[in-house]
Structure formats: structure tokens, C-alpha cells
Design a binder for this molecule. Structure first.
Ligand code: HXC
Length: 260
């Protein structure tokens, strides 16, 4: 397969990386780009040699948003009948394998929303996040109003979405939107790759279960979520990897070979 808007790489064993690559448009998320992104995500998810997925942009831009030039003549009837934007979030939020977004430079509008769809977000301290849709006469359309509000709370989300003002990577980290910041692009990519390598070293069955229960916390009430977690925890005692992991601890073995 040949992609025109993204690069597909293997920065380390077990790690697949997708790099958004439309430099002339600051990685604006056009329909062709998103089709390629979804195709590559699906392929990495199905590839047994991949255990964690990185999504990155360039140093200057993770993504400056949905492609405004492509959207500007869209009509209500076309948007509604094609369920515009809906395919953006279905693939990435339904992957089995964990995703890490590595954000440097601009992450605006759909770019910020894409980064928020990843399981883990890392960024540079001076990354520029924002939901500037209000300046275009619209609102976030790829989950921004929901995911941002869950991450930073109502007042901050309102402020960001109603003013369209950007916020920094440092602020994203302090507010809990990003879990870590780095001083520069190379440090960011190394940090994201190292975390992917760590995740890739564990049982993929346990990793899938862990990702699933954390994601449920965003959907369920607390008592339902705790019960859901416990049921999945119980289920893992039916796995070979639970026997392998606990036996290795009890017998002081260091070289663990997971079956999944
Ligand atoms: C299409 C874009 C683009 C975008 C940048 N470009 N962002 N094209 N859609 N979202 C293009 C510019 O038109 C320009 O192309 C080239 O990229 C370089 O951008 P410049 O503006 O010249 O760069 P600079 O002056 O450094 O400014 C950078 C910027 C600015 C601050 C990021 O480009 C900007 O404000 N972009 C729009 C950000 C935005 O509003 N995003 C939200 C989109 S709405 P040419 O051909 O002129 O060189 C959205 C809705 C999501 O995302 C809801 C559903 C997903």
C-alpha cells in the first residue's frame, strides 16, 4: 500500500508509528488523509508484530485542524446524509492496541480532537492546542466538547471553546489533558517510543483488558465501572498470561515469555 498523506514506520520492535505528513497544509485533516490514517490504524491493529501504536505529526504541526478549504462549501444536507466526521473517530477509538499521540506544534480543532482520541497524549511544552472552530462560525465536531470537558472540567472547556484561544502543552499537562511534556521534538518522540516499548513488553491480553476498563470509566457510573473492572479482572484468571506472570514473580524469574 502506498500512502500520500501519512508515513508508516517501525521505530522499535513491536511499535508501529503513523506520521501525519501534509507539511504544506500543516497536516490539515482532509478526507484522503483520514482515509489513509484509518486504513493504516486498522492494518497496525491487525498486525501481530505490532503491540503499540504511535501517532505523530511534524515538529511544526501535529495537525492544524480539519481541512477548512475542503469543508467551506459543505451543506447541511451533505454533512447530515454522509454523517460527516463520524468515520474519524470510529476506527481509532475502537482499536485493540494502545495508541499514543505525540503532539508538537499546532494541535487545533480536529487536530486537538484527534490527539484526545488517543489512549495516552504526550506533547512538547510549547505545543499549541486549541478549539478555534468558533472563529469559523462553527463548533468542535469530532468530540472536542465532550473529551475536553471530561479532561479539564466545564469552566476551562467552556473558556477554550467559547474564546477559541490556544493553550500550551505545559497547560495541557498541568490540567491532565496530556500526561507528560518534553522540551523538544526529538525528546518527545523518544519519550513516546520508550513508553510504547514498555507497553509492548507486557501481555497484550492484559494490555487490551486494561485499556478497555479505563475507557469504560469514561462511559459508566462509578459503581458500574468498578463492577465492570472486577469482572474483567476475574476473567484474566482464565488466561495463560496470568499464570505466567504470577509464576515468574513467585519463582523470581526475570525473562518472561507471554503467550499473547
Ligand atoms: C486547510 C490549512 C489549515 C486548515 C493551515 N492550513 N491550517 N488549510 N485547513 N485547517 C494551510 C494554510 O492555508 C496555508 O496554506 C498553510 O497551511 C500554512 O498555513 P499558514 O496559515 O500560512 O501558517 P501560519 O501563518 O504559520 O499560521 C498557522 C496557523 C493557521 C495559526 C495554524 O494556519 C491557522 O489558523 N490555521 C487554521 C486553524 C483552524 O482554524 N483549525 C480548525 C479548523 S476547523 P497556503 O496554501 O496558504 O500556503 C476544525 C473543525 C473540526 O478542525 C471539527 C470536525 C473535525
Amino acid at each position: 500500500h502506498h500512502y500520500e498523506n501519512i508515513l508508516l514506520e517501525r521505530p522499535a520492535d513491536g511499535v508501529g508509528q503513523i506520521t501525519l505528513n501534509r507539511p504544506k497544509a500543516l497536516n490539515a485533516l482532509s478526507t484522503p488523509l483520514f482515509k489513509e490514517l484509518n486504513d493504516a490504524l486498522q492494518k497496525l491493529d491487525e498486525d501481530p508484530s505490532v503491540r503499540a501504536i504511535l501517532i505523530a505529526g511534524s515538529e511544526r504541526a501535529f495537525a492544524a485542524g480539519a481541512d477548512i478549504k475542503e469543508m467551506k462549501d459543505l451543506t447541511f444536507s451533505k454533512a447530515y446524509s454522509s454523517n460527516f466526521i463520524q468515520p474519524w473517530s470510529t476506527t481509532i477509538t475502537n482499536l485493540n492496541k494502545p495508541t499514543i499521540a505525540a503532539v508538537s506544534g499546532y494541535a487545533l480543532g480536529g487536530g486537538c480532537e484527534l490527539a484526545m482520541m488517543a489512549d495516552i497524549m504526550y506533547c512538547t511544552a510549547d505545543a499549541k492546542f486549541g478549539q478555534p472552530e468558533i472563529k469559523l462560525g462553527v463548533i468542535p465536531g469530532a468530540g472536542g466538547s465532550q473529551r475536553l470537558t471530561r479532561a479539564v472540567g466545564k469552566s476551562k472547556a467552556m473558556e477554550i471553546i467559547l474564546t477559541g484561544k490556544t493553550f500550551s502543552g505545559k497547560e495541557a499537562e498541568i490540567w491532565g489533558l496530556a500526561s507528560r511534556t518534553f522540551t523538544g521534538f526529538d525528546e518527545l518522540m523518544k519519550g513516546a517510543t520508550d513508553t510504547a516499548i514498555t507497553i509492548a513488553s507486557y501481555s497484550m491480553l492484559a494490555i487490551k483488558a486494561a485499556k478497555e476498563v479505563v475507557n469504560q470509566s469514561q462511559e459508566l457510573a462509578l459503581s458500574e465501572g468498578v463492577k465492570y473492572e472486577r469482572r474483567v479482572f476475574h476473567a484474566l484468571f482464565g488466561s495463560q498470561d496470568q499464570k505466567i506472570g504470577m509464576d515468574a514473580f513467585a519463582n523470581k524469574k526475570t525473562d518472561i515469555k507471554w503467550t499473547n
